[in-house]
Design a binder for this molecule. Structure first.
Ligand code: IPD
Ligand code: CA
Ligand code: CA
Ligand code: CA
Length: 311
């Protein structure tokens, strides 16, 4: 197909409208849930008891997939619920939508407002469009490569644009972390030790950095959005998938954030298909001569001296 002739502006506007339409379905699903809870919306379990999925996850993905196939029949599609249904698609140079119909399903089930639809789009393997829409809070985060990132299409991100604050050290950060759905002893021990070092004072715990705080908001895509906005200073997770982070990657990047590969290594497009994710918000250049990017790398280095990783 003529991949060079795709119209990214048109696809961007399409993705924004699609996310808003998906948001309406999510809201409808949530009201149905409160009206007739158990029978229609009882979450089935996928991998284990905490890996939840509802009828709404599946219905929203089916709607998005159908809408994309109608408008762009030759484009590839990667989506969480299609993957769970056995559909495996590799990341190639072809135009590809990478979609999580509901990111934050546990929040959705528990009626917590941090829920979104995440629509990413890659071309030549790079995320170039991202749209993340939280219909409960009516917040839409979006970005098109080279055109900046926005909240509700008008407010440039980060919210402090063009003057992101400095970040002197990891101890000054609010850090996004998650518990994820892998609750094996090995993983929870590593996470637990890492969180303890991030939270505790170095006088009490060896290596403790006593960061301002840790936040676990329950949606990878919204963690990226909050890093893009400059509300979270950084976000770390192992165990996410491409649909959790594709849209967030371009939104954070366009907001001046720096996205890293495994263990803080330089980002490579194929990292999107892995499970190690780390992103630091935009940081100002300092009068002392450190650039914002050098500051981001310094924070990343501090972080990976503390974090325990696994494959
Ligand atoms: C999950 C959320 C959660 C993260 C998990 C994801 P889901 O996605 O983003 O915050 O910790 O790794 O799987 O299941 O709600 O789409
Ligand atoms: Ca899920
Ligand atoms: Ca997800
Ligand atoms: Ca999901």
């Amino acid at each position: 197909m003529a991949t060079d002739s795709i119209d990214l502006q048109e696809i961007y506007q399409f993705a924004i409208q699609l996310a808003k339409d998906a948001g309406r379905l999510i809201l409808e699903g949530s009201s149905k849930r409160t009206q007739s809870a158990a029978t229609t919306q009882d979450p089935d379990t996928k991998k284990n008891r905490v890996d939840l999925v509802t009828e709404t996850d599946q219905a929203v993905e089916a709607f998005i997939k159908r809408s994309i196939a109608d408008k762009y029949p030759s484009f590839k599609f990667i989506g969480e619920e299609s993957f769970a249904g056995g559909e495996r698609v590799d990341l190639t140079d072809e135009p590809t939508f990478i979609v999580d119909p509901i990111d934050g399903t546990t929040n959705f089930v528990h009626a917590i407002d941090f829920v979104c639809c995440s629509i990413g789009f890659t071309f030549k393997q790079e995320p170039v469009i991202g749209v993340i829409y939280n219909p409960f809070l009516d917040k839409l985060y979006s970005a098109l490569q080279g055109h900046g990132a926005y909240l509700n299409q008008t407010t440039r991100l980060p919210l402090t644009h063009p003057n992101p604050p400095p970040l002197p050290s990891l101890g000054d950060a609010v850090i996004g972390v998650e518990w994820g759905s892998d609750r094996s002893k090995a993983v929870i021990e590593k996470k637990g030790r890492t969180y303890m070092k991030l939270a505790a004072d170095g006088k009490d715990v060896e290596g403790g950095v006593m960061a301002h705080s840790l936040r676990s908001i329950g949606s990878a895509a919204l963690n990226y959005s909050m890093v893009a906005a400059g509300q979270l200073d950084l976000y770390w997770e192992i165990g996410c998938w491409s649909w959790d982070v594709c849209a967030g990657t371009i939104i954070a990047h366009e907001a001046g954030g720096k996205v890293y590969g495994k263990g803080g290594k330089p980002w490579h497009p194929q990292d999107l298909m892995g499970h190690h994710f780390f992103v630091v918000r935009a940081i100002a250049d300092t009068p002392g001569g450190e650039t914002g990017e050098q500051a981001q790398d310094r924070i990343a280095k501090e972080f990976f001296q503390v974090a325990e990783e696994w494959d």
